[in-house]
Design a protein around this ligand. Structure first.
Ligand SMILES: *Cc1c(COP(=O)(O)O)cnc(C)c1O
Length: 406
């Protein structure tokens, strides 16, 4: 590894002091400041090296500073960073063409984040039915879901803890239990125009519904004339094995939202939909200043080309199998582990108690990982992770469980 960082004594403390003085305290206290990354490795400002098994919450799927993405950003930055959507944007249309070639969605809208992509989906669904002359403004979402922090996405998020203190929320969104087809059927009154679901719930604890559920959801939406919106913000871009998680379920949604891994670290979100549903938006009905700008589009285009290169996703899927197999081995020896869940390289381990102290120990031992709710430890490694790195992560986890006497 070429990329050691020279230790800067006192730098972490200096950054922490500035953070504490000037940053609004929405993230709480943290322990480390990361300043450099390469592949699956990160370096702190203090010179410490880490193995990254979290990828910036499923963002850097190609690993840090992937050469093709870095080169695309470098080239685009020297040419044109930004023009508005009042003009055609070459890398944006090339990105949309490539996206259309690799999934169901014929038409694309670009924005800057997952929450924005979900906002766009909620607006599109409403306006689609309104344009048809049969307004169906209600939306059904799932309990324990996560869709983002803007008001529409926040309302759709089925976790009361995120709603506290923000009332009144957006009217017209209700919640049903996830992975329960009878509950969905009962919720689909004639005013419901869309169902918004994650293919696997991420923030809600890495919850994986039965595969049969998805065929039932699709059939039900078809029979009732309801749009199916899949939030692939976390599950998309190879995270669960296939390029998009729904491709592994053998169904297609009407609308799909993306963000996180789309541009490997450059902020970008997207909404893809069928030709039919795209007719719900017309000029002037939705927009974004930065959405699909030359820089983020060039980064996303390079990212998507690398993700769809021959063999890339097969490697990620195989590493996912291997990682979960190793973790199940651990689970058979540790009483504290309730369950190992996930698909591909989106992995959750449910424990009998809160995982915060475990994560702190893992990071202190050089492994970056994170939570998914209070009792679930989550691994979201870059998709380029190798077997020996998985082994290293599992060995450190075993060591930390021993140290904690769990
Ligand atoms: C992260 C996430 C979001 C929110 O994305 P932001 O870019 O933070 O707005 C929405 N939905 C899912 C499933 C996510 O994982």
């Amino acid at each position: 590894m070429s990329a050691a960082v020279e230790a800067a004594p006192g730098a972490t403390e200096r950054i922490k002091a500035l953070n504490d003085q000037y940053i609004i305290n929405t993230y709480g206290a943290r322990k480390i400041a990361l300043v450099r990354g390469e592949g699956t490795h990160l370096w702190g400002v203090d010179g410490r090296e880490y193995l990254d098994l979290f990828a910036g919450i499923a963002v850097c799927n190609l690993g840090h500073c992937h050469p093709a993405v870095t080169e695309a950003i470098r080239e685009q930055a020297g040419k044109l960073l930004h023009v508005s959507n009042l003009y055609y944007i070459e890398p944006q249309v090339e990105l949309a063409e490539l996206l259309a070639q690799v999934c169901f969605a014929d038409r694309w809208f670009f924005c800057n984040s997952g929450a924005e992509a979900n906002e766009a989906a909620l607006k599109l669904a409403r306006r689609y039915w309104d344009q048809k002359g049969t307004p169906k403004p209600l939306v059904v979402a799932a309990e324990q879901s996560f869709h983002g922090r803007t008001f529409g996405a926040l309302t759709a998020t089925g976790q009361p803890k995120y709603h506290q203190g923000f009332a009144p929320l957006l009217p017209g969104i209700s919640h049903i239990p996830y992975n329960d087809i009878a509950a969905l059927e009962a919720a689909l009154t004639p005013e419901v125009g869309a169902v918004l679901l994650e293919p696997l719930q991420g923030e809600g604890g890495v919850r994986v519904p039965e595969t049969a559920y998805w065929r039932q959801v699709r059939d039900l939406c078809d029979r009732r004339g309801v749009l199916l919106i899949l939030n692939e913000v976390q599950t998309g871009l190879g995270r669960t094995g296939p390029l998009f998680a729904h491709q592994g379920y053998g169904i297609t949604p009407d609308i799909m939202t993306l963000a996180k891994g789309l541009a490997n670290g450059v902020p970008m979100g997207a909404l893809g939909c069928t030709e039919e549903v795209a007719s719900g938006f017309a000029p002037g009905t939705h927009a974004s200043t930065f959405g699909g700008n030359p820089l983020s589009s060039a980064a996303a285009l390079a990212t998507l080309k690398a993700l769809t290169a021959p063999g890339f996703l097969e490697h990620a899927a195989a590493m996912g199998e291997y990682f979960r197999e190793r973790l199940r081995g651990l689970a058979s020896r540790f009483e504290c582990i309730v369950e190992v869940r996930g698909r591909g390289l989106m992995i959750g381990i449910e424990f009998r108690e809160p995982v915060a102290p475990l994560i702190e120990r893992m990071i202190a031992a050089g492994i970056i990982c994170g939570p998914a709710g209070p009792n679930v430890l989550r691994f979201l490694p870059p998709l380029i992770v190798e077997e020996h790195e998985v082994d290293q992560g599992v060995a450190v986890l075993e060591q930390c469980l021993g140290d904690l006497e769990w």
